[in-house]
Design a protein around this ligand. Sequence first.
Ligand code: CTP
Ligand code: MG
Length: 378
Amino acid sequence: MKIKTSVIICAAGKGERAGFGKNKLLAPLYGEPALRHTLKKFDIPEIDEVLVTSSEFDFEEISALAAPFGYKTVLGGKTRTQSVKNALALVTGDIVLIHDGARPFLSRELILNCIQSVKTYGSGVCAMPATDTAVYANLGVVSARIDRNSLYLLQTPQGFKTEDIKSAYLLAGDSSFTDDSAVYSEFIGAPRIIEGEKNNIKLTFKEDFDRGYPALPILDGKRIGFGVDTHCFGKGNFVTLAGIKIECGRKLIAHSDGDVIIHAVMDALLSASGLKDIGHYFPDTDKIFKDADSGKLLTQVIRIVKAEGFTPVNLSVSVQAEKPKLSPHINSMIENLSKLTGIHAKNIAVSAGTNEGLGFVGEELGITAYASVLMNKD
Ligand code: CTP
Ligand code: MG
């Protein structure tokens, strides 16, 4: 039988020390409520159920953040211990991980290690070995030294077998503890420690929201790519841009149809996926690609990047051209790029401008296109 894993995310505090005048977990971090980053981290197939604790005051706002993930919101209590107790009463999993909503920087690996430790040893508490020398002090005077080698600082998640931690909390009655391992130690036994993460800090003060973090939570599982292409004008009647034929009194000279936009988009897609550029996949020495419809090549590029586990999320294109006038064609270009890439038209932007007479674009010698793309990585 499958072992079911539940998670309790504690968000029922006031977050007073951060001084935002509201729960710190609803304050913005990288442009969205801090709690949302934490919620996202548990939206993985290994987790079967998530319960988020909330105070009565924040209930509506926290429910609105939790609901899109299919998570339940549970009314918390006055203390963290009480909040966890309320949530534990509703947990249906065999294993439960308890995590502070205020720790959004944990990695997926840490979550999986925690689950594995519970499966193997019955518990798994994330902890960092102390790196500074530690002492006890009394009234500003060192009273005793601590052996640093056996000193650990505890983090969350902390994972347990649901029945064990439930009975521990039941025995705890109305007492208050600073974390779950303390409740477990008191009533069940010594919990197993697993190695935590340096980045897995708890957002406590305002400055914790301002400092830069090496693990970019928003870009987790995302890749960006950039591509550029230029072709020069020659004799002809129209140019093809983003697959749209536009009258121009000249054409773009190229081995293929000279569609600079699609070429830039293809390079951006390949680059975001860590692959070689279009010259590698469609060499201009190959007769097959003579006068090729670039739209068809783009369809192939999409197939190539998808096979590597990448899906484009949004696309931004900028074109520099003195001629032809592109504004009447922008919508058709966006629609066509959407059809070819599978990216929703709302997430594609094409902007165009002249070069004010400067440089080769200004002298009407050719057209340049730039493209950047954001990709989801499976
Ligand atoms: N928490 C909870 N229920 C409480 C108190 C705290 O669920 N009654 C949660 C907090 O939302 C937080 C975590 O427990 O995610 C750790 O607590 P802490 O960092 O102390 O957060 P707050 O208590 O909210 O902050 P402060 O102590 O600064 O007011
Ligand atoms: Mg607190």
